[in-house]
Design a protein around this ligand. Structure first.
Ligand code: ADP
Length: 490
């Protein structure tokens, strides 16, 4: 008999249920879009009830394709990180809309804490920076601004959780309030050393510790679904935030191994082994895996604009009709003709962290056309990644190979340019859904289908395509000089 693993992949724009065979082969999937709410500039919300309903619908749609619930060996969940759900344990219902990771409403509180000189101690304890991106200030905002949340806190029935925590609560029949260590490490409330919520941090952010879930391993017998949902109790044996999932899915399980996901933004994580990361270069430290209480960590750098620059070329400038056309345009010319784009359309993330920066297109002449702009947009991905590579190297983690994934990684020209500009080999799996695959690996190992995660990853990771660096030093140095000049103007 061949058992399947059911992955619930909770993205920002959609929820999906994906079936994998135990050897990692994709079997089937179902997907539903999630409503995005933008009630004010800088605010982004989801309906937690909708997330749960659509997750359940997707799961019920694919389970028959496995041959029924009896054929599902385990469930793994991976999710958009940092997004906060608040619900009432008395009713099992959400108390307010979920505040999504992209939401900037808590910047004034973050600024207040930065001005009070708290960033160094927060970074030392959590590996994170004081930015609205992370969950803690979003929880505080709900306590201050939503009467229902405040009342539930006073009544002792308030539950906070990230998306995987909310789904486990619902999947267990409103029973289990847990979160995995990778998701907990994005809240600003968890100490990186011991992976427990800290009383000091809860006090600093004004979040009652009693409302927080219990931090668990990411793989193992974590919970079981309530029998009425699928007709049988299915073990939940993998829980993991999306970027950590992609890192596992790319089998970056040894120190130094690095993956970069090029989606809307770009997220780069390097495995740090069991050493707690201490970045001197404004990179983040985060939990990569926790299994049987043993942790590995990662250094993380996020770039805000990657594929969204291509979307902008498509939707605002009309230079391409579909994103993949950027590849033929880039190939149609020998160089960008000196055109350089700094994609600071939403400020600059790691390693620059300049929220106020705006975008730049430099080097325009009458010879500059669509192809030059498309090529410059793709070149910007390698330039941004190069800056991250320098910051990682300065933190003592140089890269030997870069393993890429995400929608934009399908672009062969960009993949080759990354290899050329970084001067290292770039690998891309044939199966690009590495986030879901990583959750499947953790769930498979957690269900005992493999003796450990390394063997699950070795068996379940598919074939790779490799790109070797071939650019001359002269061209590379000219590109970097142009980039540095344009960056200074951003
Ligand atoms: P997310 O998970 O963040 O929604 P995806 O991983 O699905 O994003 O990637 C989609 C992004 O990748 C879009 O912004 C799109 O513009 C870009 N993209 C997709 N295919 C290509 C391609 N062949 N070349 C360049 N960009 C692409």
């Amino acid at each position: 008999m061949s058992y399947n693993i059911l992955v619930l992949d909770e993205g920002t724009t959609s929820t999906r249920a994906i079936l994998f065979a135990s050897d990692g082969v994709f079997v089937a999937s179902a997907q539903k879009e999630l409503t995005q709410r933008y009630p004010q500039a800088g605010w982004v919300e989801h309906d937690a009830g909708e997330i749960w309903d659509k997750t359940l619908e997707c799961a019920l749609e694919v389970i028959p394709k496995a041959g029924g619930a009896a054929m599902i060996a385990a469930i793994g969940i991976t999710n958009q990180r940092e997004t906060v759900v608040a619900w009432d344990k008395a009713t099992g219902e959400p108390l307010t809309t979920a505040i999504v990771w992209q939401d900037r409403r808590t910047e004034p509180f973050c600024a207040e804490l930065r001005q009070a000189g708290k960033e160094a101690e927060v970074q030392a304890a959590t590996g994170l920076l004081l930015d609205p991106y992370f969950s803690g200030t979003k929880m505080r905002w709900m306590l201050d601004n939503v009467p229902e949340v405040k009342a539930a806190a006073q009544a002792g029935t308030l539950a906070f959780g990230t998306v995987e925590s909310w789904l486990v609560y619902k999947l267990t029949g409103d029973a289990k309030h847990i979160t995995d260590a990778s998701n907990a490490s994005r809240t600003l409330l968890m100490g990186l050393e011991d992976a427990q919520f800290s009383d000091d941090l809860c006090a600093l952010f004004g979040v009652p510790r009693s409302a927080l879930p219990t931090v668990t391993d990411m793989s193992g017998a974590l919970a079981e679904t309530e029998v009425s949902l699928f007709g049988r109790e299915i073990p939940i044996t993998g829980l993991v935030g999306d970027q950590q999932a992609a890192t596992v899915g790319q089998a970056c399980l040894a120190p130094g191994e690095t993956k970069a996901t090029y989606g809307t933004g770009a997220f780069v994580l390097t495995n740090q082994g069991s050493t707690v990361p201490r970045s001197q270069n404004r990179l983040l430290g985060t939990v990569l895996t926790q299994i049987a209480g043993e942790r590995t960590y990662a250094i993380e750098g996020s770039v805000f604009v990657a594929g969204s620059l291509v979307q902008w070329l498509r939707d605002s400038l009309g230079i391409v009709e579909v994103a993949s056309q950027t590849e033929e345009l880039a190939r149609s010319i020998p160089s960008s003709g000196g055109v350089t784009i700094v994609p600071a359309l939403a400020g600059l993330g790691a390693p620059h962290w300049r929220a106020e920066a705006t975008g730049v297109i430099s080097g325009l002449t009458f010879a500059s056309g669509k192809a030059e702009l498309a090529r410059a947009a793709l070149e910007a991905m390698a330039h941004q990644t190069h800056d991250l590579a320098e910051a990682f190297a300065a933190d003592g983690t140089g890269w030997e190979t870069l393993r890429i994934d995400g929608g934009m990684a399908a672009n062969d020209w960009m993949a080759q340019d990354l290899a050329d500009m970084l001067g290292i080999r770039v690998e891309r799996p044939e199966f690009v859904e590495t986030t879901a695959l990583g959750a499947a690996m953790l769930a498979a190992a957690g269900a005992g289908l493999y003796p450990d995660l390394a063997r699950a990853a070795a068996k379940m990771r598919g074939t790779l395509k490799t790109f070797q660096p071939a650019m001359s030093d002269d061209v590379r140095l000219e590109r970097l000089a142009r980039w540095k000049k344009a960056l200074a103007a951003a």
